[in-house]
Ligand binder design. Structure first.
Ligand SMILES: N[C@@H](CCC(=O)N[C@@H](CS)C(=O)NCC(=O)O)C(=O)O
Length: 212
């Protein structure tokens, strides 16, 4: 089994990178140099016509969309314990969290980081950014409430959904009210990088503490 992950440090590619380290699989990291807009190069567009990072190659299987990559990796390596067993009730909760995290806070961050993409009139960009801030804060408050004193998102214990949440909390570290300041999210975000595999992925991407 051989993997290649097209990544950029700290981008959403960090999720499959952390998972590959948790799995202990052999993989090759291939930098997509965003500084040179390499994600829009003809060569990269053959891998992902959307021009977005990441792409995972699993042998001759080519995958884009991080949530799909995450679920695929969890399926391929049940022994890594990154998702509850097939058919278990908690497996459904795992799907719920992966999909929620990708289509709710992850998607909302796009408006926070790139508000100009969401407006026809550039003067409206600050208002879009402010609205994204408010929505992200509300989203993280709801996620924190659902963590509800547990260590991990799922009652059954640690899963790849926790890696996803950690990455999203990290993205908000420069926000006016960073998600790490919500107590249960801050504690969760300390637990995740205590894992050696997560440390390995962060180190490989040149990401140093403080992580969130
Ligand atoms: N829905 C996609 C979104 C991927 C995405 O937006 N990636 C960002 C990096 S975090 C990117 O490639 N940005 C560069 C660009 O939009 O040109 C996924 O989850 O894989």
């Amino acid at each position: 089994m051989s993997y290649a992950l097209y990544y950029y440090p700290g981008n959403v590619s960090l999720l499959p990178h952390m998972m590959l380290c948790e799995i202990g699989a052999a993989f090759e990291l291939r930098l997509v140099d965003r500084a040179k807009n390499a994600q829009k190069s003809a060569e990269y567009l053959r891998l992902n016509p959307n021009g977005r990072i990441p792409v995972l190659l699993d042998g001759d299987l080519m995958l884009f969309e991080t949530a799909a990559i995450a679920m695929h990796l969890a399926d391929r390596h049940p022994e890594a314990g990154l998702a509850p067993a097939f058919g278990a009730r908690e497996r459904a909760q795992f799907y719920k969290w992966v999909v929620h995290l990708t289509n709710t806070p992850q998607a909302e961050y796009r408006a926070w980081f790139y508000p100009e993409e969401h407006v026809a009139d550039p003067a409206a960009a600050p208002a879009v950014k402010e609205a994204a801030r408010q929505r992200l804060e509300a989203m993280f408050a709801r996620i924190a409430a659902q963590l509800d004193g547990r260590e991990w998102l799922l009652e059954s214990g640690f899963s790849a959904a926790d890696l996803f949440l950690f990455m999203l909390v990290r993205w908000g570290r420069a926000m006016p009210h960073p998600p790490r300041d919500v107590p249960s999210l801050g504690e969760h975000a300390e637990r995740v990088p205590a894992r050696p595999a997560v440390q390995a992925a962060l180190n490989a991407e040149g990401i140093a503490a403080p992580f969130v």
